[in-house]
Design a protein around this ligand. Sequence first.
Ligand code: ATP
Length: 231
Amino acid sequence: MLIDVDIAKTLRAGERTFRLQAKLVSASDRIVIYGASGAGKSMLLKAVAGLVTPDTGHIRLNGRTLYDRAAKVDVPVQRRQVGYLFQDYALFPHLNVRQNIAFGLKKGWFNPPPKAHGEKIEYWLDAFELRPVAHQFPAQLSGGQRQRVALARALIDEPQALLLDEPFAALDPALRVRMRDELDALQRRLKVPMLMITHDPEDARVFGGHVLTMMDGVIAGEQQVETCDGG
Ligand SMILES: Nc1ncnc2c1ncn2[C@@H]1O[C@H](COP(=O)(O)OP(=O)(O)OP(=O)(O)O)[C@@H](O)[C@H]1O
């Protein structure tokens, strides 16, 4: 992925002011933004997704301008072609697995039917071994299954990049290790570019790639971390 971000945003809550001033350029298919809680990682990720509007600057993905204050470009969320995996997965509790996955394809207001089917839905149910639980609701799933449903929903529309907000934070330690490996394998298999934010140095170590450190709203350092295949 080719990503070029240079944005600023000031957030005020009462007396407190937080200033995000993030600049990053990367051609890696694995980017990790690592930093302590409150560093501004979520704000940056949400700006790339279009969920937060910067005050100034630009965001370009694979040569396409998603946001440019000066040129008055602000591509709406639905047309940015990026998948977003929320920290708590944000699955719809009243929709079953099939419907939650189908939602990633949906353009209208209505929920997909409980027996929604289609080539892509069937593909992801099998790819993530979710077919046996396709009729179950999020509350009836394990943590790992929940994460796979959220990943399937984020990937079904074939995004140009997948944005991951602390993808392992909601998992217990053993499952976290397994899901790190799964995500690593998924990235290798699909070759979908991923941009992950995390406060856990182990995520950065295992996932590797272009690792940037964020501190007080600014990218303060960067390094290349070798992954198993040197990618
Ligand atoms: N709506 C808001 N108004 C004012 N300040 C905000 C708002 N949202 C976030 N902030 C502040 O912006 C800063 C960055 O928040 P952000 O959520 O991006 O941090 P983070 O690095 O993702 O942290 P975490 O790892 O805890 O999720 C924090 O200091 C936070 O208090």
